[in-house]
Ligand binder design. Structure first.
Ligand SMILES: NC(=O)c1ccc[n+]([C@@H]2O[C@H](COP(=O)([O-])OP(=O)(O)OC[C@H]3O[C@@H](n4cnc5c(N)ncnc54)[C@H](O)[C@@H]3O)[C@@H](O)[C@H]2O)c1
Length: 252
């Protein structure tokens, strides 16, 4: 099994449509022990959805915008494990105002960047005390090389996220920790549904993906995350693996 003997921290399980839910499921099927995070009033939802996994994992509270949660994370995780081999960052949020590029306020943009970009660094640093043996940090992006319809300041936040991944790879590489992202095509999740005009992405993928693309199927994306969390990419860091049916490589 790909993840036999490994312990993973998986953020971002909200519903069973969440990309992170499918990573948690595959990870357990591949032999990993999984710990989930959630926060505030979504804790109860995550605890309910977690019952649909092959094994019921513990759910630890983590709001990445709350420094006290980050500061106490390692200590609270120690109730469940002595070490982590991998961490999935599957977190994204932007206030509605951030989906209007010319009108978006700095407050809205700052929130998007704190929760969707800076949090990769915050989460990585918070988990460091449990990763003294090295490991793998994996995050999820939406290809930030382009200006997309409707994505607006979330697109800018994803560009910052991708850059954050490269700097994290630089600083954690000497500790044996790999940092990589999966650039997924559009998938109908709660976060996606909160983007006004999300169906415009679906049209782009319908027209341009040489392999085709199913917006209702998070499994190809989850599989890539699972492999990046395993030992099978031992010399890869600072990388972005596209799981998008090939759209990123097409000129039109
Ligand atoms: N769905 C897509 O089309 C798509 C495509 C490419 C990348 N992604 C990325 O995948 C990741 C997961 O999103 P998803 O599509 O599975 O949606 P989702 O709504 O299921 O997951 C988003 C998660 O972010 C969490 N979150 C939000 N604010 C948080 C905070 N302050 N602290 C901790 N957690 C917080 C939510 O609780 C939720 O679990 C995001 O980074 C998203 O940008 C999604």
């Amino acid at each position: 099994m790909l993840l036999e003997g490994k312990t993973l921290l998986i953020t971002g399980v909200l519903m069973d449509s969440s990309i992170a839910f499918h990573v948690a499921k595959l990870a357990q099927e591949e032999g990993a022990k999984v710990i989930l995070t959630s926060f505030g009033r979504t804790m109860k939802i995550t605890q309910t959805i977690a019952k649909r996994l092959p094994e019921l994992p513990p759910v630890v509270e983590l709001d990445v915008s709350d420094q006290s949660h980050l500061d106490s994370l390692a200590e609270r995780l120690r109730e469940h494990t002595d070490s982590l081999d991998g961490v999935l960052h599957s977190i994204g949020f932007a206030p509605q105002g951030a989906f209007n590029f010319l009108e978006g306020s700095w407050e809205d943009v700052a929130t998007a960047i704190q929760i969707s970009s800076y949090s990769l660094k915050s989460l990585g640093v918070a988990c460091l005390p449990l990763m003294s043996e090295g490991g793998s940090i994996v995050g999820l992006t939406f290809d930030a090389k382009f200006a997309w319809p409707v994505y607006d300041w979330m697109g800018v936040a994803k560009a910052a996220f991708e850059s954050t991944n490269r700097y994290l790879a630089r600083d954690l590489g000497p500790k044996g920790i790999r940092c990589n992202l999966v650039a997924a095509g559009p998938i109908r999740t709660t976060a996606a549904k909160s983007i006004p005009g999300f169906e415009q992405f679906e049209r782009v993928w319908d027209e341009r993906a040489p392999l085709g693309w199913d917006v209702g199927d998070p499994v190809p994306t989850a599989k890539a995350c699972t492999v990046l969390l395993s030992d099978w990419f031992p010399a890869t860091t600072g990388e972005i693996v596209h799981v998008d049916g090939g759209v990123h490589a097409m000129g039109q």
